[in-house]
Design a binder for this molecule. Structure first.
Ligand code: SAM
Length: 293
């Protein structure tokens, strides 16, 4: 199974631990188990964008009545599952993160870079779902013996907000708030951290809507800012509240860059701030840039 790749000659206990963490957090060690996947809307790799939008719309309506269009796991071949788990293109039934291996690898590379180059600041994810990407960030700090940085875990812990199209036109008609599967209580996320032995006072929770929590969060500096809030509103609010705290040399990771409202928020913010740092694609879904100044 071509999962996370360790090249021979580079293997250290830290890398082995982090490699195993990725396999467990993504549930890829059980890739062929019926519970490994939950694909609510027949979105297979390569589904045309227009069909994808149509399926999201229908399933959003059905979700209001608590009906999910769960696709049978049997309809995916092993190869399709490997591809889906690499690219994070499905909602997993029980994995602690949905972001897939390529975006986990990117997160690891960014955190390792700031550690290696002593870029000052904490790590944050805005939009954490079951917490897996934040658990992974805490694991990386632990693996390398960092004892100063915190991992900030920001979420409503009740799903996405209803859109405010008067303020954020790009979110008009957005249906994410209707998906119960995206509402994971704080206690469940804390319990997930505990399962890995990674819940301690260096994990800081920011519970509430981003518009309320992020502008007043008691964060001094950030080295990694990972955004995963899907909507225009959630993306722009996180950038506006937190970008100025990001150290030069630090990273902004945009999980949802393939979603047009999110990409628009990123574009609007970068234009408004004159940011020219190269936006680099991770896996066709996520993108990131390294702050130069
Ligand atoms: C796609 S999920 C995040 C996936 C996660 N990063 C992972 O590793 O699997 C989006 C999350 O963003 C949160 N969210 C989105 N917009 C928000 C907002 N404006 N305020 C608070 N939470 C928000 C939702 O509650 C949800 O948990």
């Amino acid at each position: 199974m071509p999962l996370t790749v360790l090249s021979l000659g580079e293997i250290s206990p830290e890398m082995l631990y982090l490699d195993l963490m990725k396999r467990v957090l993504s549930d890829s060690i059980f890739i062929d188990h019926p519970l490994a996947h939950l694909v609510p809307y027949q979105i297979k790799v390569g589904t045309p964008w227009i069909k994808r939008q149509f399926l999201w719309m229908i399933s959003g309506l059905l979700a209001r009545y608590r009906i999910t269009m769960a696709e049978s796991n049997d309809s995916f071949t092993h190869e399709e599952r490997v591809l889906a788990i690499a690219n994070g293109t499905f909602w997993p039934a029980r994995a602690h993160t949905m972001i897939g291996h390529k975006r986990l690898n990117n997160l690891q590379t960014c955190v390792e870079s700031v550690l290696r180059h002593s870029v000052p600041g904490d790590l944050i994810e805005t939009g954490v779902w079951r917490g897996g990407a934040c658990i992974f960030m805490r694991a990386i700090l632990k693996a390398y013996g960092d004892e100063t940085r915190s991992v900030w875990v920001a979420d409503s812990f009740e799903g996405l907000p209803s859109p405010s199209p008067n303020k954020y036109k790009a979110d008009e008609g957005d249906q994410w708030h209707t998906f119960d599967i995206l509402a994971i209580p704080l206690e469940e996320v804390q319990s997930n951290f505990r399962r890995y032995g990674l819940l301690d006072d260096r994990v800081r929770f920011l519970k509430g809507w981003f518009k309320d929590t992020l502008p007043i969060a008691p964060i001094d500096r950030l080295a990694v800012l990972r955004l995963d809030g899907d909507m225009y509103e959630s993306t722009i609010q996180a950038l506006e509240a937190l970008y100025d705290k990001l150290s030069p040399g630090g990273f902004v990771i945009i999980d949802d860059f393939s979603l047009p409202p999110c990409a628009q928020a990123v574009g609007d913010f970068r234009s408004a701030r004159g940011i020219k740092d190269a936006l680099i694609d991770i896996d066709g879904s996520g993108s990131y840039w390294q702050r130069s100044a």
